[in-house]
Design a protein around this ligand. Structure first.
Ligand code: GDP
Ligand code: MG
Length: 202
């Protein structure tokens, strides 16, 4: 079994995160958990790159459509269509506009349970309902009510891989293997070593 400390996850800082001058704040939050940054670059993604990213999982169109229909119902609204694929086509068009509106920062973070913990720190998809203390909950007021009304993507600052499987598809979509760096940070011994050793000087 691969040690959990080897787990990697993809994070994208979307154009609004860069414009809001939040890159340092966001990196700080992942870094202070003890995660290790193993890849980082600023990119202006193409439309095809963004579409490719969201459709890496062949089920994403159906799942996102179903999730959106459910979220309309929960708000007591009639969804614009009963067909999940039709709904997702519109969401995807808006996501492409959103992610190509400015530079994006792509990062790969490594550490124990990195996929799950980055999602926990990041918060839920909709900033309005994301808990206090999460990045989306703390730094952005956007909601489905506003974004749907204006027919745009919800501005939630960040993309973070949802599952380990998703991460394993998303990382090579944004990074060549040689752009990811294997290295050690000294605090890994404190986080992961079986014994805490070498602290006392005599
Ligand atoms: P994430 O992993 O938290 O970003 O969420 P998903 O992977 O489920 O969805 C990707 C993107 O699709 C989100 O960032 C939203 O822009 C959009 N999206 C997902 N679910 C909904 C929804 O229920 N309503 C609307 N309007 N957009 C959604
Ligand atoms: Mg997702």
């Amino acid at each position: 079994m691969v040690h959990p400390k080897e787990e990697r996850t993809l994070v994208l800082l979307k154009p609004d995160a860069i414009q809001r001058a939040l890159m340092g704040e966001i990196i700080r939050r992942y870094e202070r958990l003890g995660l290790k940054l193993v890849g980082l670059k600023m990119v202006v993604p193409t439309e095809a790159q963004v579409e490719g990213h969201y459709t890496l999982d062949p089920n994403w169109r159906r799942i996102t459509g179903e999730k959106t229909i459910k979220s309309y119902r929960e708000r007591g609204l009639t969804p614009p269509s009963e067909d999940p694929h039709e709904i997702t086509a519109k969401i995807l068009k808006n996501l492409i506009k959103y992610l190509t509106a400015g530079p994006v920062i792509a990062m790969v973070w490594q550490g124990a349970h990195s996929v799950e913990l980055v999602r926990k720190i990041t918060g839920g998809t909709e900033p309005r309902s994301s808990p206090v203390g999460t990045i989306r909950g703390d730094f952005v007021p956007d909601s489905y009510v506003m974004s749907d009304n204006d027919d745009r993507a919800v501005r939630n600052l960040i993309h973070a891989s949802g599952t380990v499987d998703e991460a394993s598809m998303e990382i090579p979509h944004w990074f060549h293997a040689k752009e990811l760096i294997d290295y050690k940070v000294t605090h890994e011994d404190i986080l992961y070593a079986k014994e805490l050793q070498g602290i006392f000087t005599s």
